[in-house]
Design a protein around this ligand. Structure first.
Ligand code: ZN
Length: 213
């Protein structure tokens, strides 16, 4: 199923779950947003739509890295001519070259890995927020997993539930856990083989039972 369909179904599921948890419009709207994000989260294991949303578009990030690398190297050359050799030259020169090389070889999936690492760093900065650290680790794991494997299983649902649980402990927003789980589960349901649009199904019981449903 396509990313836009997952977004729509997740948003609807989140709105309903939010409203059920607490019947007011505000909770339903927040639930819709959380449900929408959660509805595309399982597909972070693809190079497709979902990962394009969370990662800075590859072209932009590549351009940024290249520009930063060239600026650093040019500054270094300029400095060496005007002030003579400084001891920092190896460090900054190395950094500039590294950026240039990384921008050449990086794939969409490794951009996602880096995004996950940055989210984890954010978690550390925000007073070691466990919820954000777990979210970052989810992104990193998804960037290495084959499509429709663990993110599309009950184990994935449980891990996502952990993330929501800890985020809720730090930022108690009504209906957050219910809407997030509803959105996530709606994705797996919509990916099932029961629906004729899906060629492949969902391996709910990985790693114990590899049957697709
Ligand atoms: Zn999927």
């Amino acid at each position: 199923m396509k990313g836009t369909s997952h977004l729509l179904i997740g948003t609807a599921a989140g709105a309903i779950a939010g409203y059920t948890a607490q019947p007011d419009v505000k909770t339903a709207l927040i639930g819709a947003m959380i449900g929408g994000v959660s509805g595309v989260a399982p597909d972070l294991d693809t190079n497709g739509l979902a990962s394009n949303h969370i990662t800075v578009s590859k072209k932009v990030s590549k351009w940024l890295m290249e520009t930063a690398g060239i600026v650093i190297l040019l500054t270094l050359v300029y400095q060496t001519f005007t002030e003579g050799l400084s001891s920092d030259i190896y460090l900054y020169g190395g950094l500039g070259l590294l950026l240039l090389i990384v921008s050449r070889i990086i794939t969409q999936r490794r951009m996602l890995t880096i995004t996950g690492v940055l989210v984890m760093l954010l978690g550390f900065v925000l007073g070691e927020s466990i919820g954000i650290l777990l979210a970052g680790s989810y992104i990193i794991m998804a960037s290495f997993l084959p499509h429709r494997s663990y993110t599309h299983s009950l184990l994935g649902v449980a891990f996502y539930g952990f993330i929501l649980h800890y985020l809720y402990a730090e930022w108690p927003i009504d209906g957050m856990v219910a809407a997030g789980l509803a959105g996530y589960l709606s994705h797996l349901a919509a990916d099932m083989k029961l629906l004729p649009v899906n060629r492949r199904g969902v391996k709910w019981f990985l790693p114990i039972w590899k049957q697709e449903f």
